[in-house]
Design a protein around this ligand. Structure first.
Ligand code: 8GT
Length: 133
């Protein structure tokens, strides 16, 4: 049986309607691709608590579960697993994002994402964000 890999990610949206993307570092799978901040849901975590932890670790910002609105999801084969990526949107957080793990951060409008290299699972999410924002 193929085991699902649960990943949570978020479109952080600024006052101008731009979304934060981060660039995966060299040496990792999918190096240099632009992705939404987030990561794997660990045992004992809810999707929201996993995302709050990832945002603190990756960007040094803090948010609350009540500020995380479920937006859509992606379903994509990933090696011998099957990725289920839950995408949230968030407009309220404390702190200024810094790339603690990523090579770089970039604020972009959804339409600009088509010109960036992103993981295959993320491509269907772009049109959904365009419609949402
Ligand atoms: N955070 C994030 N992960 C994504 C996105 N799209 C996508 O396919 N993924 C995949 O979902 C998984 C996220 O888990 P992760 O970030 O904790 O994994 P990782 O390989 O970077 O780190 P690790 O395995 O060393 O902990 C990775 O396999 C990543 O390639 C996305 O937009 N954001």
């Amino acid at each position: 049986m193929i085991s699902p890999l649960f990943v949570v990610a978020v479109a952080l949206i600024d006052a101008d309607g731009r979304v934060l993307l981060q660039q995966r570092p060299p040496g990792k799978a999918m190096a240099d691709l632009w992705e939404f901040p987030g990561g794997k849901v660990e045992a004992g975590e809810t999707p929201e608590s996993a995302l709050i932890r990832e945002l603190e670790e990756e960007l040094g910002i803090h948010t609350h579960a009540s500020c995380l609105a479920p937006a859509t999801f992606a379903s994509e084969p990933l090696g011998d697993r099957h990725l289920l990526l839950l995408l949230y949107v968030c407009r309220k957080w404390e702190g200024v994002p810094h790339p603690h793990h990523a090579t770089a951060l970039k604020w972009v409008r959804p339409a600009q994402m088509y010109a960036l290299s992103m993981p295959p699972a993320d491509l269907p999410l772009i049109g959904i964000l365009e419609a949402l924002l």
